[in-house]
Design a protein around this ligand. Structure first.
Ligand code: ATP
Ligand code: MG
Length: 254
């Protein structure tokens, strides 16, 4: 018997209908993909850790006034979120050169950027999520100029806050991807932070050694992938004592 209706299955998460209108349940899988799903695998315990890490970061961001879709974590792999109209953009922030920036422009990986860069990618798997400019975004109506102003302001605040938060636990926030959505309340529209913030969509390097603690360990076959995600959770102080595992019963975790 189906417990509830599944609305969407993505590469890393499944969306279910939530208990009340306007809510969804976001289920975090262990599935990992890279290079637009050309590389596929499993990272054991990733879903549990990403659920917890994203909960933690979204909660901290809400405390400084960033509107987010996050309502509460339901269990080890699920969280209750507000349903939003996803803006079809991946908003990428870069503080240090890495990944496609280094490849496309020949900038040495690890070079600190003189100022943070925001890039936009059009969320479209069939087109390989191409990079786009503001002009494309407004021309094709993916977001208005006002939406983009809000998105940039929120993104810069998120970057400043998370850079400090991670540095406090000995991690350099090299770059990360955000998604935003439109939330309608009493005929008024607000842009809110959606999706997830986790080592799946952040580059996180040990501040001293430069060791990678994110999905690049999977992308580049560096080994110790699970350990990287766990170490991020451990440093944030949110790793459950017994380590990540599936449980059905309630458990108090700080
Ligand atoms: N609050 C929300 N309301 C509605 N949709 C959301 C919300 N938060 C995230 N999403 C969407 O839910 C999906 C999460 O699944 P997942 O991250 O696995 O997708 P994906 O395989 O990365 O595919 P996509 O290219 O659509 O992101 C994404 O499409 C994301 O945009
Ligand atoms: Mg996704």
């Amino acid at each position: 018997m189906a417990r509830r209706r599944q609305l969407y299955e993505g590469k890393a998460k499944i969306l279910f209908e939530g208990p009340e209108p306007g809510t969804l349940v976001q289920y975090f899988k262990d599935d990992a993909t890279a290079f637009n799903a050309k590389k596929k695998g499993t990272i054991t315990g990733k879903g549990v850790l990403n659920n917890r890490i994203s909960e933690y970061l979204m909660t901290r961001l809400a405390e400084i006034g960033i509107p987010t879709h996050f309502i509460r974590r339901l269990n080890m792999r699920e969280q209750l979120i507000r349903e939003v109209e996803i803006i079809p953009l991946e908003v990428v922030v870069r503080n240090v050169a890495a990944g496609s920036l280094s490849q496309r422009l020949g900038i040495t990986e690890g070079q600190r950027l003189p100022r943070s860069i925001i890039e936009y990618y059009y969320k479209n798997d069939a087109l390989n999520d191409p990079m786009v400019a503001e002009e494309h975004i407004t021309c094709f109506g993916w977001a208005s100029t006002q939406d983009l102003d809000d998105i940039v302001a929120l993104t810069l605040r998120v970057n400043d806050f998370l850079t400090g938060l991670f540095l406090g636990v000995g991690i350099t926030l090299v770059d990360f991807k955000l998604e935003f959505g439109r939330l309608w309340e009493n005929e008024e529209m607000r842009i809110v932070l959606a999706d997830e913030i986790s080592p799946d969509n952040c580059r996180l390097w040990d501040a001293k050694t430069g060791e990678k603690m994110d999905k690049d360990r999977f992308r580049r076959d560096l080994g110790k992938v699970e350990e990287g995600y766990q170490e991020v959770a451990r440093r944030l102080g949110i790793l459950p004592e017994a380590g990540p595992r599936d449980m059905t019963g309630p458990e108090v975790m700080q």
